[in-house]
Design a protein around this ligand. Structure first.
Ligand code: KPL
Length: 297
């Protein structure tokens, strides 16, 4: 009996396309999930470096799969509803990755579902997938008492190394949330590259935002310090100085931003916990106002 399953990759933005392409290069069976309106074809062509790759495409989960989903935060709830309708989901294993957090994650995910956090940078230009920045990734189950299947994490680690298995993926996710809360909204408000933030945002402004996240993280039993957050955000800015943040890209391309799941999440979850988060609330509202002025949500 084999301990491996074919992969279903959901979300063919930069990271989903990169992981799918690497798995195909390694010879593992991979299907790419397309939306029904995209399903005029049953293959999709991607280019990674000099390699031209043909990926099988499908619109549904049609058997047990290892599912790798790299999606926008606002796609998480509809995706989970759709997956849970399929009989095959029970026998599948899900690895999911998205920016930010949702207030109802405990209801959305099961014990076997795993989160993947990454600092790899990638972008797509048409069918060309560019692995722009080599980073690292962490994987861990939603429930810290569950382990991620060995073969699954080995294949993912081969595809995009290095991959560290952690018992508390929640701590990694909170740190990533904090970094995105410090970088993304400001790059949109000042329409600047990550590396230009230092000219636009004071250390004091960042500290206020970070302190509110630390306070909320502690309320959720996560050990994180404001210093950790500031240090990590500084490192990410330096490492991604020439990047346009995903929020600025979303805004410029007329897509909904993930602000509700970043500073919006911090503001909402703080209120629910009886904590004050005025700086995150203000950033959330400023981005919402700009988005509304552009007819985005
Ligand atoms: O994750 C990112 C994003 O843009 O969403 C960072 C790390 C800030 C890089 O741009």
């Amino acid at each position: 009996m084999t301990n491996t399953l074919p992969w279903l990759v959901i979300g063919h933005g930069a990271i989903g396309s990169l992981v799918a392409s690497r798995l195909v290069q390694l010879g593992y069976p991979v299907e790419l999930k397309l939306r029904p309106e995209q399903a005029a074809t049953n293959t999709k062509q991607l280019q990674l470096g000099d390699d031209s790759l043909t990926l099988e495409a499908t619109t549904e989960l049609s058997g047990p799969r290892w599912i790798f989903a790299a999606v926008k935060a606002y796609q998480v709830e509809p995706l989970m509803a759709e997956l849970k309708q399929s009989q095959s989901f029970q026998e599948s294993r899900l690895v999911i990755s998205y920016n930010g957090m949702l207030t109802n994650e405990a209801q959305l995910f099961g014990d076997h579902d795993a989160h993947w956090v990454t600092t790899h940078g990638a972008y797509r230009e048409g069918s060309q997938v560019v692995h722009a920045g080599k980073g690292q990734s962490w994987i861990g189950s939603q429930n810290p008492n569950m382990t991620v299947a060995t073969e699954l994490r080995e294949q993912l680690a081969q595809a995009l190394p290095p991959l560290e298995v952690v018992t508390s993926i929640a701590t990694r996710r909170w740190l990533k949330l904090a970094v995105n809360c410090l970088i993304n909204p400001y790059t949109l408000l000042h329409q600047c590259l990550n590396g230009q933030l230092e000219e636009q945002v004071t250390r004091q402004q960042w500290t206020y935002v970070a302190q509110e996240i630390t306070q909320l993280a502690h309320h959720h039993g996560i050990r994180l310090t404001t210093e950790d957050i500031l240090e990590q955000a500084g490192k990410v800015v330096a490492a991604t100085a020439k990047n346009r943040s995903s929020m600025l890209q979303d805004f410029l391309q007329g897509r909904t931003t993930e602000i509700d799941y970043l500073n919006g999440f911090v503001a909402t979850a703080s209120t629910e916990a009886g904590l004050a988060a005025p700086h995150n609330y203000e950033l959330w509202q400023q981005v919402k106002r700009l988005s509304r002025a552009r007819d985005l949500q």
